[in-house]
Design a protein around this ligand. Sequence first.
Ligand code: DX5
Ligand code: ZN
Length: 217
Amino acid sequence: SSGAMIAPSVLAADFANLQRDCEMLNVSQADWFHIDIMDGVFVPNISFGMPVLEAIQRHAQKPLDVHLMIVQPERYLETFKKLGAEVITVHYEACPHLHRTIQQIKDLGCKAGVALNPHTPVNVLEDIIQDIDMVLIMSVNPGFGGQKFIEHTYQKVQKTRQMCDMQGLNTLIEIDGGVNQKNAKKLIDAGANVLVAGNFVFSSENPIQTIQELKNI
Ligand code: DX5
Ligand code: ZN
């Protein structure tokens, strides 16, 4: 389809049935497993760490898209690579030496993403966008699933797409937070090509069908 890639967020899965939920994603049309790592410092919440990711890796048959909401992510890049990460996204706000961090991710053989909090303007990426594979635009304040989508996100997606077009880049643009059937089409029209969805997928009656519906937008 001409639609976006879909990356369901495992944060919204049932951790007591992680194998079942991973197998559901395996047979669904999901493109990636989105993995939210929170440290209780960069964001006011702790999600899960290495042992849980190791368990996910044993069952996941699709690329792991690891979103690091942690301070000093450089300390753990190699560990996440070993745990199966194919995409590693760090926060702009957590990386004073972002260029170096990006090179470290790429040297590990991973795709490198940079995430922006809702208050961070996209133009801060002007001098790094050539070096990255993906921009992750947060459409909620990071830290929790199930929050309300911030409408201003569409404008940020458009600006990011324009920046990429101007430089002749086909950088991935991923949107994360409060994504659902209502905002997905507008996000894709604005230039998004990867959609993360947590609660919208896992709280639905039929997650496989919900993923299919998002995929076919
Ligand atoms: C928020 C996380 C998101 C979250 C998405 O800090 O980065 O990936 O799990 O969940 P929903 O789709 O429920 O907003
Ligand atoms: Zn995320």
